[in-house]
Design a protein around this ligand. Structure first.
Ligand code: NAD
Ligand code: DAU
Length: 346
């Protein structure tokens, strides 16, 4: 299969390209990526000279460029990962989220419609369901209640994609995954940020009381699921992809401190994220039943491998943390009250 992958220089997109070419499930892949702060060609260094792999730097909002790319590379399917993916950044600056997650998705859908592309995979997130109250787990029919500009724009992208199936019979599938972790994740998300701060003996900023719950999914399990849905998913359907491992943030942070051999003294409770979703919980029963996929990487094993990866890739971490990262860190954490106690008071 010839694939156009968008956002393939990011954390999950690069893992997906490595998986598909590594297992010969794609004959050719063109990676269209703008190389924002989160895009990094180092993530695909091993494939740089692979004749099956091509890279084009470009913005998915640029309709003329997307048309040119697809004219030169007649893809059979589009797997759409490109996004502004971080909730905190979407709170600080919502404009890029609207541009890429909504307008960029529209541009790709239009290009796919014009060419009658054989499959369009909209890679989305469980955050579109918003906070899920105990003891529920969101299935694919759960109401959409996104809380942040990031998740609202992702929900908009999903609805637009599904409308292209209903209206134009474009063979769209939507995947909604829970929190990913693993190698090459930009150290703005909880797990890589805490690992890299711990390895540098810097404070670990825990939002609010740290008891928010997330369902952790190893990036390789996520990519195996997206590949299974690309190959076997039914047109117009939504597929949830959960890791089946719910933990609160403090439990995760404590596991990271143990794995890095650091003390809990590094934990700092800081001002909470505005609109912070308390709990994500996902039912992946449909995906398991209809595609045969199931997560394979246990959280403790996956976390230990991830800590080892960050320890062994200090150069990669140093490079992605230089420049823009420093100003982002200051903007996001500089104004936060430090040293709050568990109840959010000094
Ligand atoms: P990431 O931030 O690591 O990578 C995003 C990539 O998209 C980068 O390479 C960036 O350069 C590229 N990009 C951004 N804007 C672009 C544009 N306008 N044109 C072309 N390229 C652009 O993100 P990620 O964590 O790998 O997430 C990938 C996808 O998976 C996203 O759609 C995200 O919503 C979804 N997702 C992520 C998670 C998670 O836990 N990280 C969970 C569920 C779903
Ligand atoms: O659920 C899927 C989503 O998971 C994806 O769609 C998003 O792209 C991805 O960023 C992630 O969103 P979260 O907001 O859940 O992930 P993040 O790693 O930013 O935060 C995880 C939890 O940790 C959340 O409750 C906020 C908390 N946190 C995060 C950071 C960065 C902290 O307490 N301190 C921090 O410094």
């Amino acid at each position: 299969m010839r694939l156009l992958v968008t956002g393939g220089a990011g954390f999950i997109g690069s893992a997906f390209i490595r998986l598909l070419l590594g297992t010969n499930r794609a004959t050719a892949i063109l990676n269209l990526d703008k190389l924002t702060y989160a895009g990094n060609l180092e993530n695909l260094e091993a494939l740089a000279s692979d004749p099956r792999y091509r890279f084009v730097r470009g913005d998915i909002c640029d309709a003329a460029l997307v048309d040119r790319v697809l004219d030169e590379f007649p893809a059979e399917a589009i797997v759409h990962f490109a996004a502004e993916s971080h909730v905190d950044r979407s709170i600080l600056s919502p404009q890029p989220v609207f541009d890429t997650n909504l307008r960029g998705t529209f541009t790709l859908l239009e290009a796919a419609r014009a060419r009658r592309i054989g499959r369009f995979v909209q890679v989305s997130t469980d955050e579109v369901y918003g906070s899920v109250p105990e003891p529920l787990a969101a299935d694919e029919g759960f109401p959409l209640r996104p809380s942040s500009p990031y998740s609202a724009a992702k929900a908009g992208g999903d609805l637009l994609a599904l409308s292209y199936f209903t209206t134009y019979r474009l063979p769209v599938v939507v995947t909604r995954a829970s929190n990913n972790y693993g190698p090459y994740q930009f150290p703005e998300k909880l797990i890589p940020l805490m690992i890299s701060n711990a390895l540098e003996n810097r404070p670990l900023p825990v939002y609010g009381d740290g008891l928010q719950v997330r369902d952790w999914l190893h990036v390789e399990d996520h990519c195996r699921a997206v590949a299974a849905i690309l190959e076997r998913g039914l047109d117009g359907e939504i597929y949830n992809i959960g890791g089946s491992r719910s933990l609160d943030n403090l439990e995760v942070v404590r596991k990271i401190l143990r794995a890095t051999g650091r003390s809990e003294e590094l934990i700092r409770f800081v001002t909470d994220r505005p609109g912070h979703d308390r709990r994500y919980a996902l039912s992946s029963e449909k995906t398991v039943r209809e595609t045969g996929w199931a997560p394979e990487v246990g959280f403790e094993e996956g976390l230990s491998r991830t800590v080892d990866w960050y320890r062994d890739h200090a150069g990669w971490v140093e490079r992605v943390k230089s420049g823009e990262y420093q100003s982002y860190y200051e903007r996001n954490y500089g104004g936060r009250d430090l040293e709050l106690n568990r109840l959010g008071r000094r």
